[in-house]
Design a protein. Structure first.
Length: 225
């Protein structure tokens, strides 16, 4: 089990501390539009770390064929109308299959340590069609600023950053989440990657950085080479 992220609270919680009850209620934040800007409707999409289907569900509704991969059976149990595969990203075995697009959301590329990121990138490279695209989400430079006390609330779900600790490019955050009187806690460590380091690590896994998507400075896309 990867211990860079852990969590506790009522009901099922994934190995990296994500409460299923919270994640099944989260809405997409423009990601389907970003996908459409790169991949035409009807494309096959491999959604790695799909969680409870926050991105998969609107893509399916728009006409994409989605295969959702996650290490949490509880997360996968709430995904509808997609092929689901229970696996860690690094251990995924889909044989010789290829996809038009590979998605890697939720800042998974900010997992600490180059070896961990390389293992995920190799999986992405293995299953992307040569004419396809890889789309991923990484932390913006705002990660490096102390955000203790930052609180958000939407649709009855709230979260608050309770502690923030930075050690160079490594940031550890403790997050409290709540819904209908219930509370969850999650602690995670992310490693910030500037653009030059991101491009370097992509190249090592035979990807070419193609540019940033949208205005948030978090989503980018790359092509296989």
């Amino acid at each position: 089990m990867d211990r860079h992220a852990v969590g506790t609270g009522p009901g099922p919680v994934s190995d990296d501390g994500c409460p299923v009850e919270i994640y099944r209620r989260l809405r997409p934040c423009g990601e389907p539009d970003l996908v459409r800007s790169v991949l035409p409707v009807g494309s096959t999409v491999l959604d790695l770390g799909a969680g409870a289907g926050r991105i998969a569900h609107p893509l399916i509704a728009a006409g994409y064929s989605v295969t959702a991969v996650d290490s949490s059976l509880a997360m996968l149990s709430v995904i509808r109308d997609a092929e689901v595969v229970h696996s860690r990203i690094e251990e995924l075995d889909l044989g010789a299959r290829e996809f038009d697009g590979i998605l890697l959301a939720s800042y998974l590329l900010n997992s600490p340590g180059r070896a961990a990121r390389s293992a995920m990138l190799q999986t992405c490279r293995r299953y992307v069609r040569q004419s396809g695209a890889f789309l991923a989400q990484v932390r913006s430079p705002t990660l490096l600023s102390d955000c203790t006390g930052l609180t958000r609330e939407e649709d009855g779900v709230w979260d608050t950053i309770e502690t923030y600790h930075r050690d160079g490019m490594l940031v550890t955050i403790t997050l409290a989440m709540g819904l209908a009187g219930r509370r969850w806690n999650q602690r995670f460590t992310h490693e910030y990657l500037d653009e030059s380091r991101l491009v370097e690590e992509l190249a090592a896994s035979r990807f070419s950085f193609a540019g940033w998507l949208g205005d948030g400075g978090e989503w980018f896309w790359a092509t296989p080479h």
